[in-house]
Write a protein that binds this ligand. Structure first.
Ligand SMILES: Nc1ncnc2c1ncn2[C@@H]1O[C@H](COP(=O)(O)OP(=O)(O)OP(=O)(O)O)[C@@H](O)[C@H]1O
Ligand SMILES: [Mg+2]
Length: 285
């Protein structure tokens, strides 16, 4: 029988998260090095058509190890493009993107991507793989043995609130949008990469589950010490998760500040976002 992700499931999720944090934490500690970080040096990217339309322009940005940097911006402002520049899916036309001090151009792209967990915007699961095969993908590529991979898959599915006995053998088409997103988060965490790129990972969740996962993720992020770049349109989510918030407008950075400082910035695009927080019952839209 299919179970809804209700209040009972949320307390089970909370419990499983706290139990499982420890093992993930232990896995992670060995993987961290003091050099992990991401840097954009005056990076521009344009579409290579006749108009050479700039998608992102003159981006200079540093993400120190262990920071959760939130990229905030309206639809089309260039957030996903910046993530793709980090994992080498796109290469800068000007400037360079460095990961662990090395330009993405100089990385073996397979190695680069194995060190980066990427939760893409629509979860991006392989439709013909089961949930367990999707989550275990990178461990298998890393040649973990079967038992270790299976244990890790079970651990991760519990972590994101999906009971392995119920979900492990389903295909992505047999899941709701929110469940697919949670499988995407589990897959990104599976091989304990030091860097996580998360493109609106909670976008398809109902508000209650979303708030719960945001709180749990925020605690998880602090404890794991991973370097995280997290994309959202949602200022509330940004304030909860970020150690820094970078606001993009039409491919340019217009603000880069710690959350409390961000709220005080006097920039029209910042105000557009902060005014989105002022919602009172009965107010006209
Ligand atoms: N392959 C492409 N060809 C042409 N234009 C593109 C391409 N990829 C992205 N763009 C354009 O680049 C801009 C930035 O896209 P991007 O996907 O980075 O935005 P985003 O901030 O992630 O938006 P959203 O919040 O809607 O996901 C958009 O105007 C988009 O239409
Ligand atoms: Mg996007």
């Amino acid at each position: 029988m299919r179970q809804k992700f209700g209040v009972g499931r949320l307390s089970a999720l909370k419990w499983s998260l706290s139990v499982l944090l420890l093992s993930i934490e232990m896995n992670t500690k060995t993987a961290l090095s003091s050099k992990k970080h991401i840097e954009f040096r005056d990076v521009s990217f344009h579409i290579n058509d006749i108009l050479k339309r700039l998608i992102v322009s003159r981006i200079t940005l540093e993400v120190p190890e262990g920071e959760t940097l939130v990229l905030l911006g309206r639809s089309g402002s260039g957030k996903t493009t910046l993530l793709k520049l980090i994992n080498g899916l796109l290469m800068p036309m000007e400037g360079e993107v460095l990961v662990e001090g090395r330009a993405t151009r100089d990385w073996d792209l397979i190695r680069l991507r194995r060190g980066i967990g990427y939760v893409i915007q629509d979860a991006g699961l392989f439709p013909h793989f089961t949930v367990a095969e999707n989550v275990g993908l990178v461990p298998r590529l890393e040649k973990w043995d079967r038992c270790r991979t299976a244990a890790r898959v079970g651990e991760l599915l519990n972590l994101v609130g999906l009971d392995p006995t119920e979900f492990a053998d389903r295909r992505p088409r047999e899941l709701s949008g929110g469940q697919r997103q949670r499988v995407g988060v589990a897959r990104a965490l599976a091989a304990d990469p030091p860097i996580l790129l998360m493109d609106e990972p909670f976008g398809a969740l109902d508000p209650v589950t979303r708030a719960e996962l945001q709180r749990e993720f925020s605690a998880l992020a602090r404890r794991l010490g991973k370097t995280i770049v997290f994309v959202t349109h949602d200022l509330r989510e940004a304030l909860l998760l970020a150690s820094r918030i970078v606001l993009l407008e039409a491919g340019r950075i217009v603000a880069n500040a710690a959350p409390q400082e961000f709220l005080r910035l006097d920039h029209p695009e910042v105000r557009a976002f902060t005014s989105s927080l002022d919602v009172s019952p009965g107010a006209s839209a």
